[in-house]
Structures are given as C-alpha cells and as structure tokens.
Design a binder for this molecule. Structure first.
Ligand code: KG4
Ligand code: ZN
Length: 360
C-alpha cells in the first residue's frame, strides 16, 4: 500500500479526536479527549454541552496530535479528512470548521467521511510499532454496534456497502446505557454492565431475544421493558408499574445477575445474526466495529462462530472500537484515493446513511 499521511478530525458525538494516519492503515498519532466524565452527571449527552466541550478541546487535541506525530510541516500531509455525519449537528460543525480551516490554510484537499464507514475501517488500522498484517479480504460482513447505530453490512469491495439489516428501534449501545441506568450503574452503561456481569454467580435470569424471523434486523427496546419489570420485581414492587422513583439501590448480586442476563440476550442475537450473515455471503472476513464491539463477551462469541466457519474475525482493540479519529483517517485515505473531495462549503449531515436498505 502506498503511503500518504492523512490528518483526520472526528467530533460527531462526545469525543474530540484528531489522528494522523499513514497509507490508510498505520497510526502515527491518535489523540482522543473523552467527555464521558462530563456527561456522567446527566447520565447522557446534552448536545449543547457536547458542542461547547468540543470547542474547548479542539485546538489542544490538534496540537497534541501534531506534537506526538512530530508533524511540524503540514505540507507533508496528503489531505485533511473529517467526519461529516451522522452525529450531533453542533458537535460535527466544530470538527468540520477545524478541518476546513486547516485545508484552506495549508492548501490541502478536504475529504468528507461517513462516521459509520469509519467504524468499519477501524479494522484496517495498525498501531505504531505493530507488525504488518494482511488487510481484511472481500467479500466481508461487518457488524457495527454503537451508541447510536446497529447494523450489518456486506462489502463486496472497498467503499461498497449493501445493508443487510439494522435496528428497528434502539441501538445496542443505547440499550446498554438505558439498562445500566435502570440497574443504578454509572454512565456509560456498556462497560459498567460488562463489569457487573463478571460478578454473576447465578445465571438463570432469561431476558427475551428479539429474533425478528429470518431477517438481519435487530430490536432492543423490549429489553428495556423487561429490565424495568425485573428490577421492580426484585424490589417487591408491581412489575407492570416499574420500580418506584424512591427505590433503594438493588443488592449487588441482583445487579450482577440482571446485567449478565441482559448482556447474554444482546450478545446472543448480535453474534448469531452476524455469523449467519457471514455464512450466507460467503464472507472471507468478519469485522466488528463501534463502541459495543469493545464488549469482551460479544468479541468472544463472534470469535467462536467465526472459527467454526473458518473465517478470520477482525475486531479493533477497544480504544479503536469507540469513537476516535484514526478510523476516520483510514476511511479518509480510501475515500481520497477514490477522488472524494469537499469544498469549503462542506456542512454537517446529522442523518447521513451508509447504504440503502436491500432492494431499495
Ligand atoms: O461508538 P461509540 O463510542 O459512540 C457512538 O458512535 O455511539 O459507542 C458508544 C457506546 C455506548 O453506548 C457504550 O455504552 C457502548 O458503546 N460501549 C459498550 C462497551 N464499551 C462501550 N457496550 C458494551 N460493552 C462494552 N464494553
Ligand atoms: Zn461512533
């Protein structure tokens, strides 16, 4: 693969991130300023708060990334890549403004990148010093599971997507966050539920599985209702009414059991559908991406299925599954090669999609 340094900017949600990536694969520097602590108090993201935090951190994160990469001379760059969507409009605009300014100032091409494509291309990344390894082979099937998105796509080639299925209601990460909150766990719910579930000793709480027939679609909203019922039952309240507002915290053993049962349900459906899709597509690679792909139980379950199919699984390390700019640098390199360019009138596309539904 030929080289070409890309500086990438990502601010679509609650991480302010800048990375410098070589040849669509090798991370030279990647800096992420997380707003998790800021949003923990409100147990969710307040868009205005997120946008203001991006403004506060954009320049320091850029400076840090340039310093780590030893990038004094911006003319060494091939292009500036930036997330144009989907995401929060106010947050996206901070990164877009930064990228436009850099592109204009240093007379570099500006390359718009879809955030969801970034989560898939995280599978191409190599850390600094990591030994070379083969790039994912096509056709491939990718499961992207994040706080805002849950979908399965098939890729016959670079930048070519066929949507196989998606969530019909909540995203998987959203379900983790909502159920985490019901269980009295800290925000974000995903890592907290995974940790709590590790302490489960009795594992007989069975949460429903929404298989939705033979489709590759997902549904997670019923799980939140099931969790509400279980928590109320645990507290001796009416399951149909849910837990009372002034309910005491659940005992740690109940939290662990419920976290385990919930996680099993989500992982079972995600892993089964991914493996079935890979089998149907004759996939030569399976990719997992997005924040929920940081979940060790999901990773292990898909790994097991992939091994039985004899198909290699690529899951980026957890820090590259959650939002970062290196993944935008990887996707941006392939986009740049394909001739994608934006003008200085580039704007945020909060509802940008990756692919049309099958048959559309
Ligand atoms: O991709 P991401 O960083 O941001 C979005 O683009 O949404 O994903 C964040 C989501 C959150 O919902 C968080 O709870 C979930 O990823 N998450 C996890 C884990 N780590 C992060 N979910 C399950 N298990 C984890 N270990
Ligand atoms: Zn994301």
């Amino acid at each position: 693969m030929s080289s070409g340094l890309i500086l990438a900017v990502e601010t679509s949600c609650d991480e302010t991130a800048v990375a410098i990536v070589d040849g669509g694969r090798r991370i030279v520097a990647s800096v992420v300023a997380s707003q998790v602590a800021l949003h923990a108090a409100s147990a969710g993201i307040v868009p205005e708060v997120a946008a203001r935090a991006h403004l506060r951190w954009m320049i320091p994160v850029l400076d840090e990334a340039r310093q780590r990469a030893g990038l004094d001379d911006m003319s060494r760059l091939e292009a500036i890549a930036v997330t144009e969507g989907p995401g929060l409009a106010g947050s996206l605009l901070v990164g877009i403004q930064m990228a436009k300014t850099l592109a204009w100032l240093h007379e570099l091409p500006l390359v718009p990148v879809n955030h969801l494509e970034g989560h898939i291309y995280a599978a191409w990344l190599l850390d600094p010093g990591e030994p070379e390894k083969a790039a994912p082979e096509f056709p491939l099937v990718a499961l992207v599971v994040s706080g805002g998105h849950t979908f399965l796509v098939e890729m016959a080639d670079q930048l070519t997507y066929r949507l196989l299925g998606q969530t019909v209601d909540d995203a998987a990460g959203e379900a983790f966050d909502k159920v985490g909150r019901l269980l009295g766990l800290p925000y974000p719910g995903g890592p907290a539920i995974q940790r709590a579930a590790e302490a489960a000793t009795a594992c007989d709480r069975v949460f429903p599985r929404a298989w939705l027939g033979e489709t590759f679609d997902f549904s997670f909203s019923g799980l939140k209702t099931a969790a509400r019922r279980e928590v109320a039952r645990e507290l001796g309240a009416d399951p149909e009414q849910g837990p009372p507002d002034d309910a005491p915290p659940l005992p740690a053993s109940s939290v662990a059991e419920l976290a385990y049962g919930f996680q099993e349900s989500v992982v079972d459906v995600l892993a089964s559908k991914t493996i079935r899709a890979a089998q149907g597509a004759g996939a030569r690679t399976i990719i997992l991406g997005g924040g929920v792909a940081a979940n060790s139980v999901l990773r292990a379950r898909v790994e097991q299925g992939a091994r039985s199919l004899g198909v290699p699984l690529v899951v980026p390390r957890p820090g590259l599954c959650t939002d970062n700019a290196a993944m935008i640098g990887a996707a941006g390199w392939f986009r740049a090669r394909a001739g994608a360019r934006a003008g200085l009138d580039l704007s945020a596309r909060p509802s940008l999609k990756l692919a049309l539904p099958q048959g559309a």
